[in-house]
Design a protein around this ligand. Sequence first.
Ligand code: SF4
Length: 298
Amino acid sequence: MRTIRTEDITKAVKKMCIDANLYLADDMKNALYRACDNEESVLGKKILGQLKENLEIAGNESIPICQDTGMAIVFVKLGQDVHIEGGSFNEAINEGVRQGYTEGYLRKSVVNDPVIRKNTGDNTPAIIHIEIVDGDKLEITLAPKGFGSENMSRVFMLKPADGIDGIKNAVLTAVKDAGPNACPPIVVGVGIGGDFEKSALLAKKALTNELNSVHSYWNDVQSVTGSSKDVVPDSSYLTKLQNDLYNDINNLDIGPGGMGGKFTCLGVNIEVYPTHIAGMPLSVNMCCHVNRHAKCVL
Ligand code: SF4
């Protein structure tokens, strides 16, 4: 059993809130720079140039990349051999968010109730997803999520017979309907399988993965027990799906800022999970070009 103290969790979360809002991960930065070099639309290229300049100013002057510094989404992988000491685990995370958003002068965007709508004043509570895993480590991924893009998210309860074409149509419908509202160029998180809420969680989690990656539940399964090995699917179709979606989305001509151009999206990330014989839930969670996330392992 390994002990991790809550004050270390708070410290780590505080730092991640500030870092994620000031700097983009290299994969996102490189994708934005590449788009800037390769955009053919004159207006699109100008917009991407401004986004690049904005990113550089944010890093150099320690100011947030966007005024919407988001709601703090926290994915936790808690090793089952970890003992948390020093107080409440959830409160340790919320205290980190409180300190990060206050001391980092980040906009407080959380209201106390969806109808009453009084600002909580410190960007808490965070949305915390906890997964218990093997081992004695604590992995925390923090993703500040802006709501311009969040509001464009969709859930589609597809039928199994809809197949790959149904998946593509659903994703393209979501992106077309979002138009300029998700602040393109966007990153498109696609969650397929599970049930209604699991697919949404997969789509959100997909946004925190390496850009243009695919991930299946079966990647994490150490050994298959209780059934034959051929239950493990050949997931190679996912790479083609990811590629096709990337190209199809970029052929929509929504473009940077919604002004037309080659780069409507910078990446498509897919997560899949086993599902029920009668359904194929699919969720799309979009993020703008400010696809922020930071990770730490304690
Ligand atoms: S969607 Fe992204 S770029 Fe647009 S306002 Fe929100 S955080 Fe900023």
